[in-house]
Ligand binder design. Structure first.
Ligand code: GLA
Length: 785
């Protein structure tokens, strides 16, 4: 609900309030954002108490004009800031006018409250069913130049989210150069906050990094042409006391997949300014007379129920207002991907063998990864040549797809359409389609170049070629990859003076391609990927129903990576695969059970050669797939909770709850054994407090080899550890694992948890001992009685 009286604005969601007003000098003063407060009744809006009181501007600060000696914009909380009129902090907008001036003077000229969600022209945005008074457009106009700005607010009541974006309209006769134009700005007096960003690298995505803010500027940004695995656009502000289920947290994200920046600045007066939007680094945009430039949509939420409360708002928003099309609501199939099983060494016969094995364990979708097209035997060639390598696929893509369908599986394919190899027919035909500076050496990255998507002809070509592949190939699923960061940024298509628009236009070109293809092929399940999680953001999720979160399939690393994503993105947006051991990225050996348990809290897949597995392992995999299918709707779409981390992250717990609160699946993972530490408690959050639940784990058997030569404590004959005899015994003698089965109430599960069977601690073992070696984990379930 949005209310306005004259110069005051109040935006309410179910549990939050956002308020601002027009200053006497025409700028907008931010008044409040946080837990819901009462600011209005039938008789009007009462925000005077929230307005800062100013009598004398701080010495040596610039005042806005002669008449206003009592404040400086430098010491105001502003909704929108610009250069040149006394505010020395990071601005929302920076433009160069035709006369060379960089000063802007935007003041309030009007506002409209409506119900239609604004659809952005060049980029994706969230959607909403029409509701009364849910969109506010505030117009500001420059007093000296014919430029106006629209600040657009949309209220999503139920998920406690407010979105913001902005449009710059050039009403003048001349061009104006935009140097920056952000999406959101929030100023507050409370800078006593912890800023959390999600940083990482390839195969090490989404590590939460916390820092207490202090005087100065902190920048979280990406300038690689993608939202990046080094700095996700999602950030949080919290208090030192905030924990998973208690305390205030603000979450901010951006519906954009390119270069972005999030700036937190604490000023000389202790005010905190937060800005987020397109990264101004390397960006310039020439806005012609009569044109409009829109910034991407920023998403903000607040919860006083800790990090989990904030995540639940974001998850709900993503599920209901970002994901779209058939797959937004449909359960995702369990897949087998060929990459770690065979890399480039694929052929129809090999793939069919894998597919048959996949079918036998209950897998539903077979995905042919890289290596199927052109002359692609390694990563040095053929990107751009999207026709089958007939040596590997003698019957073409369609021939293979028919056979896979006959086996009873859906068929998926890998493509990397934004790229071009120097050694490709496409590059030989169109060297000017690559993003490179003509005549200058190009810095290499995975032996490939980026296509110039600022060129509409290139975008049209991609749409045509892929439409043909998807139409004729019998394709049910597409893994859309992007494996190169930008370098030597240059669009051969754009004139020299517009080169600062290249990265931005690349993104809008890409969005046009994705929108055309996803509309044309509504039944295809699209999965995004960019060397894993180099482009995991809300922009991509408007087209891709799920994203390959990381090229790292090591279960221990994945626990951290998935925990990182879970702050902003619901489990259904993340894909996670069980792979072989030693793991290909870390050479670490983790139990099959843990690899599955971790991957189950996302869209489950397998990425290993099932044909190389022995029957016992295949039987185990079959059981896993069956269990996942039984609980799939909860794993994919349940309400996800992170438990408080224990021992600096050595013990990690998660649980996910059905929409009606009747069932939950939980996991406990312990990275490294702690000697003589028998206790373990599992809490499950989000269940109905006054209802009784059966809490249980599944019965399982253990391999005696786990105990090494301790077998001699009970063996009548001496058994050499690792010997053939040891192997033979292990086939016949299986040990019962511990089994939990108890009844407890929802609130007890939430606050007290369940005391688990004691962990093995060297002084004895029986079937009630929880054997938890390094990287062990268990799944637990609760079902309402
Ligand atoms: C990237 C992806 C991988 C795989 C390879 C294929 O690295 O992230 O999953 O598809 O490309 O080349």
């Amino acid at each position: 609900m949005i209310r306005q009286t004259d110069d005051k604005f109040v935006l309410d969601t179910k549990s939050t309030t956002y308020a601002f007003r027009v200053l006497p000098t025409g700028q907008l003063e931010h008044l409040y954002y946080g837990k819901k407060i009462r600011l209005d009744d039938e008789s009007g809006i009462y925000t005077d108490a929230l307005c800062e009181k100013h009598e004398f501007a701080p010495g040596n600060n610039i005042v806005y004009d002669d008449k206003t000696q009592n404040y400086s914009l430098n010491d105001m909380r502003l909704e929108f800031s610009a250069n040149g009129k006394g505010d020395n902090r990071e601005p929302f907008i920076e433009v160069v006018h035709e006369d060379g001036s960089r000063t802007s003077d935007f003041v309030y000229t009007g506002a409209v409250i409506g119900k239609d969600k604004r659809v952005l022209i060049n980029m994706p945005s969230s959607y909403d069913a029409q509701r009364d008074a849910s969109t506010l457009t505030v117009t500001l106009s420059d007093k000296n130049y014919d430029l106006s700005v629209e600040l657009i607010y949309h209220v999503f009541e139920d998920c406690d989210v407010i979105t913001r974006s902005a449009a710059l309209i050039n009403n003048s006769k001349s061009n104006v150069k935009i140097l920056r134009f952000m999406s959101v700005q929030i100023d507050t007096n409370d800078s006593n906050r912890v800023l959390s960003t999600f940083n990482g690298a390839w195969i090490r995505e989404m590590k939460r990094v916390d820092r207490k803010l202090s005087r100065g500027r902190f920048v979280n940004d990406s300038c690689v042409g993608a939202s990046s695995s080094t700095a996700n656009p999602f950030v949080m502000f919290s208090k030192k006391c905030t924990c998973e289920n208690l305390g205030p947290v603000y979450g901010f994200n951006l519906v954009y997949s390119g270069n972005h920046t999030e700036i937190a600045e604490v000023s000389e007066f202790g005010k905190l300014r937060f800005l987020s939007g397109i990264n101004p680094k390397g960006f310039e945009y020439d806005l012609a007379s009569g044109e409009t430039f829109e910034s991407p949509e920023a998403v903000m939420t607040f919860s006083d129920e800790g990090f989990n409360g904030m995540s639940h708002n974001m998850h709900r928003f993503v599920r209901e207002h970002i994901l779209r099309g058939r797959w937004a609501k449909e359960e995702r199939p369990v897949l087998l991907n060929s990459w770690e099983a065979a890399y480039f060494d694929i052929s129809e016969s090999k793939l069919l063998k894998m597919a048959k094995a996949a079918k036998s364990v209950g897998i539903e979708l077979f995905v042919m990864d890289d290596g199927w097209f052109g002359r692609r035997d390694d990563d040095k060639s053929s990107l751009g040549d999207w026709y089958p390598n007939t040596k590997k696929l003698p019957h073409g893509v369609n021939g293979l797809s028919e056979k896979i369908h006959d086996i009873g599986l859906k068929f998926g394919i890998w493509v990397e359409p934004e790229m071009i190899s120097e050694d490709s027919d496409l590059y030989r035909a169109h060297p000017d389609w690559a993003m490179r500076i003509p005549g200058k050496p190009h810095s290499p990255g995975r032996n490939q170049m980026i296509l110039d998507l600022a060129n509409p002809e290139v975008c049209d070509h991609i749409i045509t070629v892929l439409s043909d592949l998807f139409e004729t190939g019998g394709i049910d699923y597409v893994k859309w990859d992007m494996n190169r960061n930008e370098s030597d940024v240059y669009s051969p298509y754009l004139p020299p003076l517009r080169q600062g628009e290249t990265s931005y236009r690349y993104m809008t070109g890409l969005y046009r391609i994705l929108s055309a293809l996803t509309e044309k092929f509504p039944d295809i399940l699209f999965e995004g990927c960019a060397s894993g999680g180099n482009r995991f953001d809300l922009g991509m999720l408007c087209y891709f129903s799920q994203i390959w979160g990381s090229d790292d399939t090591d279960a221990s690393e994945r626990v951290d990576i998935q925990t990182g994503y879970s702050y902003a993105y619901p489990p259904v947006t993340v894909s996670s695969h069980v792979s072989s051991v030693p793991n290909h990225q870390t050479l670490r050996v983790t139990p099959l059970e843990t690899r599955f348990n971790v991957a189950a809290f996302a869209n489950l897949g397998y990425e290993c050669n099932l044909c190389d597995m022995d029957q016992a392992t295949l039987d185990e995999v079959k059981k896993q797939v069956l269990l996942y299918k039984e609980w799939r709707s909860i794993f994919q779409n349940g309400r996800f909770y992170r438990g408080e981390t224990v021992d600096n992250g050595n013990v990690v717990t998660w649980n996910v709850v059905s929409a009606d609160g009747s069932a939950s699946a939980g996991m406990m993972f312990r990275r490294l054994v702690v000697a003589n530490d028998q206790r373990g408690v599992l809490k499950m959050h989000g269940l109905e407090g006054d209802k009784k639940y059966r809490f249980y784990s599944l019965p399982f058997k253990m391999d005696v080899r786990l105990f090494g030569d301790l077998i001699n404590m009970i063996s009548p004959v001496h058994v050499k550890n690792g010997s053939m005899i040891h192997d033979i015994i292990s086939r016949f003698v299986k040990l019962d694992g511990e089994h939990e089965d108890t009844v407890t109430f929802g609130d007890a599960l939430d606050l007290a948890g369940v005391e688990l069977s004691p962990a093995y601690s060297s002084t004895g073992f029986n079937e009630r001992t929880r054997v938890f070696p390094d990287f062990a984990s268990r799944l637990y379930f609760a079902q309402k009685l």
